[in-house]
Design a protein around this ligand. Structure first.
Ligand code: F0G
Length: 420
């Protein structure tokens, strides 16, 4: 596709990339062999799977920072906390800019270059902007970023500045700014790299492909992920459907999307659909709240796609409190793994789903940690020192708090502190 198009001219819905019928025999071997290669495209955990996302006619447009290639990590302690016998994290925080956005951004940036664009833009709760800034600058494009002022972590803002993005902090929330920028992009001809961009979704599909490749194509029972704008849920569902159609896998895992309680319009929608009350129509949360700022989104644009993927995979949507996210995050930390707040919604959600009997304790579960622990150090310090606060419910209890200890420059005193 060489038109700049995000929405269907007929129905107004978001565009989805569709490919002609493909023969996937030999792909698994080819993909495995590429791990031995030193070619940049083969070393990328996105472009290694390029047959699965063949939208680009010329590889020279690709900007790669060797994205993807993220590990599957066993986490027995987190499993126990979540009420499971075993749990594996697919840690997208190992990406070059520290989040899963890099998987999609390498594709979005390639498409922008293919279209001959000079400037790219996004509205972001932080990670998309960090990623876009990096890939745009690496690929000779000018990044322009719009952020909800005061509502993104410093780690993410710092990345945008360091990677050279024109950074505009707007006094409005994510949903309001996105609506405005969608209009602006058409008027001033900037290429939008939010997840309304279908090529970003194509790139994010590889998170599922790489996971299956790493598991030698053994399909898990569940894939758990946090839900914000719902681009990732859409990408995962599409990837799983396509892998099934192509015969790469023999069944679908169930998707479990977890939202923060104060920003959970998709949870409410799926509840309403299950109860059979009315048409499937999302009611936006006008003032979304959560300390997990990455998923502080009240009007997720990709909800129709995500709803479809939940239905197709027999999936579920759960919501969790701020306290639950904070404690789950500390547990992920204690595993020596760590993640940012939004990512920890997965483990908090798993704990609820096993308690409710939706997820069996012997289920084979992969939870996707979407962002690196260093994305939001301020949150961590506040939690461990007992000063993390959430507007509507006050202080978060540091149930697993591990505050630093102040000591005088005194050997005996320090020795006593070590022995506690
Ligand atoms: N986890 C993290 C760490 C995120 O940054 C995001 C979204 C999500 C989960 C939710 O993913 O939107 O595909 O449902 N961050 C976007 C951003 C909105 O601007 O960085 P989603």
């Amino acid at each position: 596709m060489t038109d700049v198009l995000y929405n269907c001219p007929r129905c107004g819905g978001l565009i989805e990339v569709v490919y002609p019928k493909r023969d996937a025999s030999g792909w698994k071997t080819l993909w495995r062999e590429r791990r031995m290669s030193n070619a940049p495209l083969d070393q990328s955990g996105v472009w290694r799977y390029r047959e699965f996302l063949p939208f680009l006619d010329d590889d020279r447009h690709v900007v790669t920072l060797r994205e993807g290639c993220t590990p599957l990590l066993d986490a027995p302690r987190a499993a126990q906390y979540g009420g499971l016998d075993a749990l594996t994290f697919k840690h997208q925080g190992f990406n070059p800019t520290g989040s899963f956005k890099d998987n999609g951004m390498t594709c979005g940036a390639a498409q922008a270059r293919r279209l001959g664009m000079n400037r790219v833009a996004c509205v972001s709760t932080g990670n998309t902007s960090a990623s876009m800034a990096a890939y745009a600058s690496a690929g000779g494009l000018q990044p322009v970023i719009f952020l909800p002022h005061g509502n993104i972590s410093f780690g993410k803002l710092a990345q945008a500045l360091e990677y050279g993005a024109r950074t505009i902090q707007v006094d409005a929330n994510f949903d309001q700014i996105l609506a405005m920028v969608r209009q602006l992009a058409d008027e001033v001809g900037i290429y939008l790299l939010n997840s309304i961009n279908p090529f970003r979704i194509e790139g994010q599909k590889t998170i599922m492909v790489e996971m299956m490749d790493q598991r030698d194509w053994r399909v898990p029972d569940w894939v758990v992920l946090p839900g914000g704008n719902l681009g990732n849920a859409s990408a995962f569902g599409k990837a799983l459907r396509e892998m099934l159609e192509l015969g790469l896998i023999d069944r679908l895992p169930r998707l479990a999307v977890v939202q923060a309680e104060g920003s959970a319009p998709f949870y409410e929608l799926v509840q309403a659909v299950a109860a059979g009350s009315g048409a499937a129509q999302l009611h936006p949360v006008e003032h979304p709240e959560t300390l997990a700022t990455a998923i502080k989104i009240g009007d997720p644009v990709s909800w129709p796609k995500a709803l479809h993927e939940i239905a197709v995979t027999g999936g579920v949507v759960e919501k969790v409190t701020e306290q639950e996210i904070a404690d789950a995050k500390a547990v992920v930390g204690r595993c020596g793994i760590g993640c940012e707040p939004a990512s920890a919604a997965t483990l908090a959600g798993i704990r609820k789903l096993t308690a409710a009997g939706v997820m069996r304790e012997d289920a084979d579960v992969v939870a996707v940690l979407t962002g690196n622990v260093l994305k939001d150090p301020d949150y961590i310090h506040r939690y461990h020192t007992g000063v993390l606060e959430y507007k509507s419910s006050g202080k978060i209890r540091p149930s697993l708090g591990n505050p630093p200890v102040l000591a005088n420059f005194d050997l005996a005193e320090i020795k006593a502190l070590i022995d506690v």
